[in-house]
Design a protein around this ligand. Structure first.
Ligand SMILES: Cc1cc2nc3c(=O)[nH]c(=O)nc-3n(C[C@H](O)[C@H](O)[C@H](O)COP(=O)(O)OP(=O)(O)OC[C@H]3O[C@@H](n4cnc5c(N)ncnc54)[C@H](O)[C@@H]3O)c2cc1C
Length: 302
């Protein structure tokens, strides 16, 4: 029996009710709506099941990838011999005084609303980021002056040797759009966030204001992965792309958004090649005009 079939059969028998999909197109699980099939896509339904799945994938030497909400991923269109383990069902959420303890799969939008319902402030910046908590910690997601490192107290993860560990914020290796988890590939399972008591009216007003600013500035009516490039130390990627006259540049059905030059959008049916070629043209244009090397923010799985 193929190792992937064996893995799926074991996962299903030890943890009945796990969502298991063979030959699943990643275009269904990424906000870019681009991506070929993966051999197996699974949504383990508990931390126990998730831990088992990661340990077993390692034991069977299967190539695997952990995903959250797929909002920072660009998959190539070819079939991938890959097991995708989605954290979507690691979705437990509870408050404990000024802290929130959350599963890695909880969406940042839900976390923001939950914090509001508990009259806790500090997470308003994250409410509009369309990722999961695990994906947000992985890349220290941030917006409007806030970053996850400002609120994360501790992270529980499964290390490369299959041991469950908890690290404090200072040991997470947070930096601009970086954390230690990008280097280790460890599976983030849950985290404790430390917030502050706040006035629900003020929290809601801040969330509403940031949502309105996103709607006004970002092309939210098109599939994308948000900012295609990281902010270079010399300035803002979007301003440089705009300044190099690249707004609206189109390859196939991929386009540098007219509304926000930092976003590459899928006009409908864009291919992986379209996006990659467009990113190369953007990098070349910015380099020619400013001598700055843009680095992709989106994680490319080729
Ligand atoms: C419209 C739009 C707006 C956006 N705005 C912002 C913004 O303002 N600020 C910002 O920072 N980002 C923004 N993004 C990008 C994206 O939402 C963030 O990068 C988010 O943190 C990705 O989370 P995710 O759960 O979707 O991760 P995924 O895309 O599923 O995965 C991204 C990476 O994280 C890893 N990963 C995910 N979960 C785990 C886990 N539990 N354990 C270990 N590794 C994991 C994956 O392996 C992958 O390498 C935006 C995207 C879109 C589409």
């Amino acid at each position: 029996m193929d190792q992937i079939d064996l893995f799926a059969r074991e996962l299903n028998s030890d943890f009945p009710g796990t969502g298991i999909f063979f030959g699943e197109p990643m275009s269904r699980h990424t906000t870019f709506r681009i991506g070929g099939t993966v051999s197996l896509y699974a949504e383990p339904k508990s931390i126990e099941a998730f831990v088992w799945a990661v340990r077993e994938a390692k034991r069977l030497e299967l190539a695997y990838l952990i995903t959250g909400n797929g909002s920072n991923l660009l998959f190539s269109d070819k079939p991938h011999r890959l097991v995708v383990l989605s954290t979507a069902r690691l979705d437990t959420l509870r408050a404990n005084g000024d802290s929130i303890i959350s599963g890695a799969g909880v969406l940042l939008s839900r976390l923001g609303s939950f914090a509001l319902s508990e009259s806790l402030t500090g997470l308003e910046f994250a409410h509009g980021i369309p990722g999961s908590l695990g994906g947000g910690i992985y890349m220290n997601a941030g917006a409007y002056g806030g970053e996850l490192r400002d609120v994360v107290e501790a992270v529980t993860y499964l290390d490369g040797g299959g041991t469950l560990r908890t690290v404090a914020n200072r040991d997470c290796g947070f930096d601009y759009r970086r954390s230690r988890f990008m280097d280790t590939g460890d599976a983030i399972l849950s985290a404790t966030l430390r917030l502050r008591p706040g006035d629900p009216k003020e929290i809601r007003a801040k969330m509403d204001d940031l949502s309105a600013r996103r709607r006004e500035k970002q092309p939210l009516n098109y599939p994308s992965a948000g900012s295609a490039f990281k902010r270079p130390k010399e300035g803002y990627a979007a301003a440089m792309i705009d300044g190099a006259g690249l707004k609206g540049l189109t390859v196939g059905m991929a386009q540098v958004s007219e509304k926000h030059a930092g976003f590459i959008i899928n006009l409908g049916g864009a291919t992986f090649e379209d996006v990659v070629k467009l990113m190369e043209q953007v990098k070349a244009g910015v380099f020619e005009k400013y001598g700055v090397e843009l680095e992709p923010e989106v994680r490319i799985i080729d």
